[in-house]
Ligand binder design. Structure first.
Ligand SMILES: O=C[C@H](O)COP(=O)(O)O
Length: 256
């Protein structure tokens, strides 16, 4: 097996203490396979509480905690922002970067995302770099050029070898929160393109990078998506707020 499976929960601006408790209890009730890494990304105020509950349940080996964003700046007068040093202090291991909601609602550019990936890696955090095309871009046949334009600035910023420590999540924007999942064939084709794009820079690295699919993944469609050769797991939004569904999704992930 070259690649570990990863199932990451992105709670977005949802969830509360009760969900932190119920999710940890639900995951403690199953045997999470050793080939699957589970990552839960709540909003900032719940990071510590989640970490403590995971430790108390003896699940530190199976579940990691991630943040949904981080600042590209080290410290200082950036009201409302959170730095990599703060995440390190809270013993956080993953960070979602460049989510399409950050790109579209908060105007994050691919250059800024690349800087965030760089500072995250410098702090020992594993970035989950999100990329994806809009519905119009897919309809216009621009999917591959959009994805390349989102990845290339990161390669330019950190160098291809550092992708050994990066996870990529492909999330077609039109499938996020819409219930419109990409078909498994379409998702596989796009994941394969992403791996081939990375392989043009370094084939060994490309074969090791975990590629996650995101966009309306649920308990009913996860098996088929995760069975695809280049899909190493998922970044789950809505269904990660429901402990029973999320358990099923975690159990469906396959190492490749
Ligand atoms: O980060 C997660 C994605 O945006 C997917 O969200 P969704 O599963 O609710 O479609």
């Amino acid at each position: 097996m070259t690649r570990q499976a990863i199932v990451a929960a992105n709670w977005k601006m949802n969830g509360d203490s009760a969900l932190v408790s119920s999710m940890v209890s639900a995951l403690a009730s199953i045997n999470l396979p050793s080939h699957v890494d589970v990552v839960i990304c709540p909003s900032f105020p719940y990071l510590s509480e989640l970490n403590q509950k995971i430790t108390a349940a003896n699940l530190n080996d199976a579940i990691q905690v991630g943040s949904q964003n981080v600042s590209e700046h080290d410290s200082g007068a950036y009201t409302g922002e959170v730095s990599t040093a703060i995440l390190q202090d809270l013993a956080i291991h993953y960070v979602i970067l460049g989510h399409s909601e950050r790109r579209s609602l908060y105007n994050e550019t691919s250059l800024q995302v690349a800087k965030k990936v760089h500072v995250a890696l410098n702090a020992g955090l594993t970035p989950i770099l999100c990329i994806g095309e809009s519905e119009a871009e897919r309809a216009n046949g621009q999917t591959e050029s959009v994805l390349s334009a989102q990845i290339q600035p990161v390669i330019d910023e950190i160098g291809i070898n550092k992708f050994n420590d990066v996870v990529i999540a492909y999330e077609p924007v039109w499938a996020i929160g819409t219930g419109k999942t990409a078909s498994s064939a379409m998702a596989q084709e796009t994941h394969q393109f992403i791996r081939q794009f990375l392989a043009q820079h370094n084939e060994q690295v490309a074969n090791k990078v975990p590629l996650l699919y995101g966009g309306s993944v649920n308990a009913a469609n996860c098996e088929e998506l995760f069975a695809q050769a280049d899909i190493d797991g998922g970044l789950i939004g809505g269904a990660s707020l429901k402990a029973e569904q999320f358990k099923t999704i975690c159990l469906a992930a396959k190492g490749k």
